[in-house]
Design a protein around this ligand. Structure first.
Ligand SMILES: Nc1ncnc2c1ncn2[C@@H]1O[C@H](COP(=O)(O)OP(=O)(O)OP(=O)(O)O)[C@@H](O)[C@H]1O
Ligand SMILES: [Mg+2]
Length: 379
């Protein structure tokens, strides 16, 4: 248990180890197989399903850890090629920092365009990646240098680029083509591209006119099967001297359609509510849900305070419906006092873009189940 920061074995928000990670055996094997056979992978799955954790879990497999340098680059918050280059450079340097290899020593030598900014740590004397974005004067040059550096690696590399669809939103227009060329020519690294915006990701990898067309094997990610998650949860309770009724897990799993984060959040709270030696039962579900929602409430209030009034109205209307259909119908518009069908359309477009809402065929729902419930009942 010493790996855990808390004594709650239902870990949320970061990958710790195999022990606290449920299943994903086939998906992990699939990734191992693709990478070992020289194929890049594009992983496309809804938000909160467990994409990032799966990549960390894959990186943590003995055969991967031993044979590859692994890098995890999350580009969710980046908006330009400069920021991409900065994030990639920083991740590579931070990962290599604790290692003492001749390759690491060459970092600032080969990535000469960054040498201007780099400083020595006043405590250890080691070089630090203490750069500002402004130090990336010419992102294309730095990118060339980073790829040249990777090509000199002493081991093969795996670079996971999380939230990859973001490159489609960059200020520059040619980033996809530019990266595709670099990646194709890179002999020493393989890539995992993951993203949650199905439409954008699928468009990037499956449209014949797009640069990344057929450059990766695409994979999806389904919910962890209910029985498998139930066994995992019961095991973690028992291991810690607590008990869990299987009906609790099935109720949660069904309520949140098996979306991993929501299920795991509920189990984390239920574990906390169960006294040592006690049994977690269905009577505790309401309290657990209320606590989880309250723990997120400040964040929800912030989100709402930053949302334009029309989007707020539509968001709450969708939340009240649960799964909303015919949102431009006069019935829906009247029921929720919205101005017009066109204002619903404009609002929904932004809500989708900013990940508040998800769409499936012609139905919409607030993607965060807890937020949805808060909007519908407490806001
Ligand atoms: N296999 C698993 N076993 C246990 N918990 C998991 C597993 N996969 C994911 N989780 C839980 O779900 C949370 C969300 O997972 P993760 O961040 O990987 O999802 P994601 O698909 O990358 O989400 P986002 O689209 O928001 O980035 C994790 O922090 C963890 O608590
Ligand atoms: Mg993620």
């Amino acid at each position: 248990m010493s790996e855990l920061l808390s004594n709650n074995p239902f870990v949320v928000g970061k990958y710790i180890s195999e022990r606290y990670f449920c299943d994903r055996k086939e998906e992990t094997e699939f990734l191992v197989k693709q990478i070992e056979n020289g194929r890049n992978v594009a992983m496309i799955a809804p938000r909160r399903m467990g994409k990032s954790d799966l990549i960390h879990h894959f990186f943590n497999q003995a055969e991967i850890r031993e044979n590859y340098h692994v890098f995890f680059v999350d580009i969710y918050a980046t908006t330009s090629l400069s920021e991409f280059v900065y994030t990639l450079g920083k991740e590579i340097y931070e990962q290599l920092k604790p290692k003492s290899t001749a390759w690491k020593e060459k970092f600032f030598q080969m990535i000469a365009s960054l040498r201007v900014g780099f400083k020595l740590d006043s405590m250890t004397g080691a070089p630090t990646f203490d750069l500002g974005l402004g130090d990336i004067q010419s992102p294309q040059t730095t990118l060339d240098e980073i790829f040249a550096y990777i090509n000199e690696a002493d081991k093969s590399c795996i670079i996971a680029i999380d939230e990859f669809q973001q490159i489609g939103e960059y200020a520059e227009t040619n980033v996809e083509a530019l990266l595709r060329t670099k990646i194709q020519r890179c002999r020493r690294a393989q890539f995992i591209f993951s993203g949650s915006k199905r439409h954008m990701m699928s468009n990037m990898f499956n449209t014949s006119s797009k640069p990344f067309y057929q450059s990766a094997i695409t994979m999806g990610l389904e919910p962890i099967p209910m029985e498998t998650y139930t066994d995992f949860a019961i095991h973690l309770f028992e291991e810690n001297g607590k008990h869990l009724e299987p009906a609790v897990v099935s109720a949660i799993w069904q309520q949140y359609s098996g979306y991993t984060w929501f299920v795991q959040m509920m189990m984390n709270e239920l574990y906390a509510l169960t006294p040592s030696g006690g049994t977690c039962h269905s009577g505790m579900l309401d309290e657990a849900k209320r606590n989880v929602i309250l723990s997120q409430e400040n964040g929800y209030k912030d989100l709402m305070s930053n949302l334009p009034p029309r989007q707020k109205v539509v968001l709450q209307a969708i939340a009240k419906e649960g799964v909303a259909q015919n949102i431009t119908s006069s019935k829906f518009i009247k029921k929720y006092n919205i101005n017009s069908a066109s204002s619903v359309q404009a609002a929904v477009k932004n809500l989708l873009k900013n990940d508040f809402v998800t769409q499936e065929d012609n139905t919409y729902r607030v993607y965060d189940f807890f937020f949805s419930e808060w909007l519908a009942t407490m806001y």
